[in-house]
Design a protein around this ligand. Structure first.
Ligand SMILES: [Zn+2]
Length: 93
């Protein structure tokens, strides 16, 4: 048994994306098909999940950057010292 075709059937996107588009069309959360936040496309809990995941990625990027900075300072000690003296940076992290 197949579902009747609609305007999303022949779109060149994934099944998941089609589900999301159908949910948005009928005004439901595109993550979990519950009642969304007013004038938004996702519900409160889905936004909380997204925020949590983004925080994790931000932390990862922050750690990567600090590691890179540490290595760069080790590779260019004179340049780094001169930079901090010139710009009067107190907090070097
Ligand atoms: Zn949701």
């Amino acid at each position: 048994m197949t579902k009747p075709p609609d305007e999303f059937t022949d779109l060149p996107v994934s099944r998941q994306r089609k589900l999301q588009l159908r949910a948005l069309k009928v005004g439901l959360c595109s993550g979990c098909f519950k009642q969304p936040v007013f004038r938004a496309e996702r519900c409160k809990s889905c936004y909380a999940k997204l925020r949590k995941r983004n925080a994790r990625y931000r932390l990862q990027n922050r750690r990567k950057y600090l590691l890179w900075l540490q290595r760069w300072r080790a590779a260019n000690p004179d340049y780094a010292r001169e930079y901090y003296r010139k710009h009067k940076v107190a907090n070097r992290r």
